[in-house]
Ligand binder design. Structure first.
Ligand SMILES: C[S@@+](CC[C@H](N)C(=O)[O-])C[C@H]1O[C@@H](n2cnc3c(N)ncnc32)[C@H](O)[C@@H]1O
Length: 260
């Protein structure tokens, strides 16, 4: 069984790029069994066989696996745009930003924000609230310890400056960033949200939500934002009913709360 699981992990990594062996095995096995039940196979070897021959199932499996996956500066060009278009002018105006990273997973997203704010010379006083429904992900986020492949998007200069090598293929984010991000459990399907945010990031979270749940979420985000506050969404998550839900589009994947 051990050997079979190891074989499975190697094949999955080759097929999807996801480093399955880095996931806690009992939880992952439970989830994998449920996936196997859904697609009608009865073991790891038959699942590999299915994934090798069925491109649609392979995509479904990747989506299933990456539910928790995150990356520093995910979609780097969009993060550059966030820095240039939103954060830099706000810092220049002396604005103290209240930011919410909603569905923050392992912390890569809020820590990326904290790094950018530091690079922009932002003084203290900005707050980053980072939430997720998954307590395991939050534990990892709070620890701020990453494997090499998890910080592959961080260029070597930043890696040197903001991370300390704390083990073989293990990197820990600098202590000051821990203090700049406030992590908490929060369910985005909950009825009420806190308010007063200048910027909300909700990226790669809603793919498993139904259309009505998404609409409701975006409506609540609009209420949570200050006037002219910005919502930044994931690369495949354009909001088609933006106007109806209280937003105007500023650029692809950036929405501004509409004046009432
Ligand atoms: C793919 S990760 C995205 C992480 C990060 N935002 C990014 O773009 O890299 C999706 C995260 O959404 C979280 N999530 C899913 N449903 C949620 C819910 N109802 N409330 C809060 N977080 C949720 C998952 O636990 C997961 O950590």
């Amino acid at each position: 069984m051990e050997a079979e699981y190891e074989y499975f992990c190697r094949q999955v990594e080759a097929l999807t790029g996801v480093h399955l062996a880095s996931y806690k095995r009992p939880q992952m096995e439970r989830r994998l069994r449920s996936f196997m039940g859904r697609v009608g196979v009865d073991g790891f070897v038959s699942l590999v066989c299915l994934l090798e021959h069925d491109a649609r199932r392979l995509q479904e499996f990747k989506d299933f696996l990456t539910i928790n996956v995150s990356d520093f500066f995910r979609n780097t060009d969009k993060f550059d745009e966030l820095r240039e278009r939103i954060l830099k002018p706000a810092v220049a105006r002396g604005q103290r930003l209240r930011i919410w990273s909603a569905g923050c997973s392992n912390g890569s997203e809020p820590y990326s924000l904290a790094i950018i704010l530091e690079e922009l010379g932002a003084p203290n006083g900005h707050t980053i609230w980072a939430t997720d429904i998954d307590e395991d992900a939050l534990r990892k986020a709070k620890a701020g310890v990453y494997r090499g492949y998890e910080i592959r998007n961080v260029d070597p200069a930043r890696r040197e400056q903001y991370f300390t090598r704390t083990g073989n293929d293990e990197w820990t984010i600098a202590e000051r960033f821990h203090r700049r991000v406030d992590f908490a459990v929060h369910d985005l399907l909950a009825p009420t949200f806190p308010s007063g945010f200048d910027l909300i990031l909700c990226r790669n979270v809603v793919i498993y939500f139904t259309e009505p749940a998404k609409d409701e979420l975006y409506r609540k985000f609009s209420e949570s934002l200050k006037p002219s506050g910005i919502l930044f969404v994931g690369g495949a998550e354009s909001i088609f009913k933006a106007h109806e839900l209280g937003f105007e589009s500023v650029a692809p994947f950036f929405y501004r709360k509409r004046a009432a």
